[in-house]
Design a protein around this ligand. Sequence first.
Ligand code: NAD
Length: 488
Amino acid sequence: MPNIDKDELLKSIPNQLFINGEWRDSADGSTLDVINPATEEKLATIASAKPEDGMDALAAASEAQKEWARTSSRYRAELLRDAFELVMERKDDFAAIMTLEMGKPLDQAYGEVTYGGEFLRWFSEGAPRVMGNYYPTPEGSIQVITHKRPVGPSLLITPWNFPFAMATRKVAPALAAGCTTILKPAEITPLTSLLFVKILEDVGVPKGVVNIIPTSSTPEMTGPMIADARLRKLSFTGSTQVGRALLKEASQNVLRTSMELGGLAPFIVFEDADVDLAVEAALATKMRNMGEACNASSRFYVHSDVADEFTQKFSKGMSELVVGDGMEEGVDVGPIVSAKQLASVEDLVTRSLQSGARIEVGGQRLDRPGFFFPPTVLSVDSADNPLLEEEVFGPVAPVYSFDTEEEVLELANKSQYGLAGYVYTNDMQRVIRLGEELQVGMIGVNSGTISNAAAPFGGVKASGLGREGGTEGIEEFLETIYIGTPRG
Ligand code: NAD
């Protein structure tokens, strides 16, 4: 547990917008409050950007673009590397502020600092490795070379569930590629992003290259920015519903878009699986971040031969998890991020019960200050129960028993979502078959960890467009330019 003075930490985090290299209030002095979901206490009051501020940020990013694109990749790489080092020096502050504003247990917040920080290091190493190509055309009459050019000013919209990693996963590749950026963090967790932008200022990122505009008037502010032809890229992580609306808006200027959207990951346990290993991973993949993760396991499909054993061991594991304020030692499960999110979890559980689900453990919000919902397991007999079809984004796990591989594949693939999937089996041929057939962008085989800066993260179907991380992540911010000449 770090020795953090909460008041000192909050004082060290900017409470204003950062536009064109200056911290300033919003155009009309509007503010928004940031709440600690574990206590419902106000943590901070920060500037809330208005549409004029959004346009100022876009003007600054657009103004800075040309010069930033001309900087050497080594220079950009070293700025990112310096930012990585500074984040690591201040890892206690980053972890504490994430727990305070978002609720995740402190050890998981440290995990996010490591994971999120790695995007800075990874893309600092990627910046100098952006290459072009040479194309000898088959008829031999022309020769073509290509090079990569930054796409241009980029609006980066992030969600509240991983306030640090979702920002670094976008800002780092954008800067590495030579794009200027405008970061719009989720309004309920802006403090982590403000601290991150302060770090970027401290390491010397030039003015206008990084701007941050938290706001409680999101669509009013982002709409005119997206409609402005100076913006060239929209990178969004959030719900499928908002992603769809943004894709429509982005079509007007034919913006390059990256969309990291919702998920409903199937967790499939076959009859030959190591059940104890599967239970351990089920607990980790379901309960990491209180279930508020896009790649959280959401639908547990368990073969009928092992369903009773799995349900009993999983329910026992869930009931043993310690729920509480994430700042306290020994806590496994923090609060849900907001009253609104808690209400949506409760609503989905109620509808699931009305559709015939049975509670194995948990099931009702906790009667204490803060937005707490206990780890919950439900047995579900009907394949169209709402919990098997909608993203719960909370600590709730429905278990459904199946009999054949064909049946479970059909169940898994019938969702509109296709982000992640988890498979527990020892049959390699089955792994290959599922790798070909499961309609998801990422599959964990006998592994409860999906996501690493070095690997492409992203989904298919309604889970999104594009990939973040890996060698693919920087490509999202680059255009390939063709230069052809007649063969001399
Ligand atoms: P959200 O869609 O409500 O909000 C995400 C961001 O979009 C926030 O910054 C919000 O202020 C902004 N926003 C909301 N309405 C907007 C609008 N009309 N125009 C422009 N911006 C708007 O999502 P959330 O509740 O913050 O996050 C949870 C969702 O994010 C879940 O669906 C989860 O699966 C998804 N998610 C996906 C990934 C991934 O990589 N695929 C990662 C994390 C979270």
